[in-house]
Unconditional design. Structure first.
Length: 223
């Protein structure tokens, strides 16, 4: 039996499906196949960048954080287009749902958790978030350049988000974030054991080492 993602990749590679360019800096495109199923393809700037995004997607999925089904084909990241609505920062339920996911995103240094236009996260019909673009997690910035020394063991992202100006989307979503809330998010997804177990999906050893240090940093922070 052919994997649906593999089948979609083959059909799109053969030129089938209607293509719609999604805009932004990543060159992502949405393809709708004759069956009605839709998929998003994002060509990576480097093989490392694409592989990293796939691994971060799989890491969050292993924890139980909402992400689209995804696959990696060479240097192209492909995901299933989800039946979801845009994140509305003015909706308290949307803000609360995303805020509860802070610990997993802080662990993987997903600096671009919301996106420039709040379009990196969507809300599924059941009210839970799905993070459709985690290209800004780990050692890469959202635009694809390396974070370098800024991707380290010390999790500064939490305090940065907590102190964002209140008129910004990040400020409205994460403003005033407390260690107690971070701890609740950490426990929500299984705590240190679960966060470390999910590291099996990170294939780059240096990235895995830094993520393990970041998990320890969060664990000490909320102890």
């Amino acid at each position: 039996m052919v994997n649906p993602m593999d089948e979609a990749w083959q059909l799109i590679s053969q030129g089938m499906g209607d293509r719609y360019h999604l805009g932004g800096s990543t060159g992502a495109s949405k393809y709708t196949l004759p069956s009605g199923a839709s998929f998003v393809q994002k060509p990576g700037g480097t093989m490392g960048q694409s592989a990293n995004e796939y691994d971060m997607n799989q890491y969050l999925n292993a924890l139980g954080v909402g992400v689209p089904e995804a696959a990696l084909y060479g240097d192209t990241f492909m995901s299933r287009f989800e039946n979801a609505i845009p994140y509305n920062v003015e909706n308290p339920a949307h803000r609360s749902a995303v805020r509860q996911d802070i610990a997993p995103h802080a662990a993987i240094a997903n600096w671009d958790i919301l996106g420039m236009a709040d379009d990196n996260v969507l809300i599924r019909p059941d009210g839970t978030p799905t993070y459709v673009d985690v290209g800004g997690a780990g050692p890469y910035r959202a635009m694809g350049s390396p974070k370098g020394a800024a991707f380290g063991s010390n999790v500064t992202m939490i305090d940065r988000l907590a102190n964002m100006p209140s008129h910004t989307s990040r400020g409205k979503t994460f403003g005033g974030l407390s260690n107690e809330e971070v701890g609740q998010s950490f426990d929500r997804y299984g705590g240190q054991t679960a966060f470390e177990d999910a590291l099996q999906f990170i294939r780059d050893n240096q990235t895995k080492k830094i993520l393990q240090q970041r998990i320890g940093n969060i664990s000490r922070r909320v102890a």
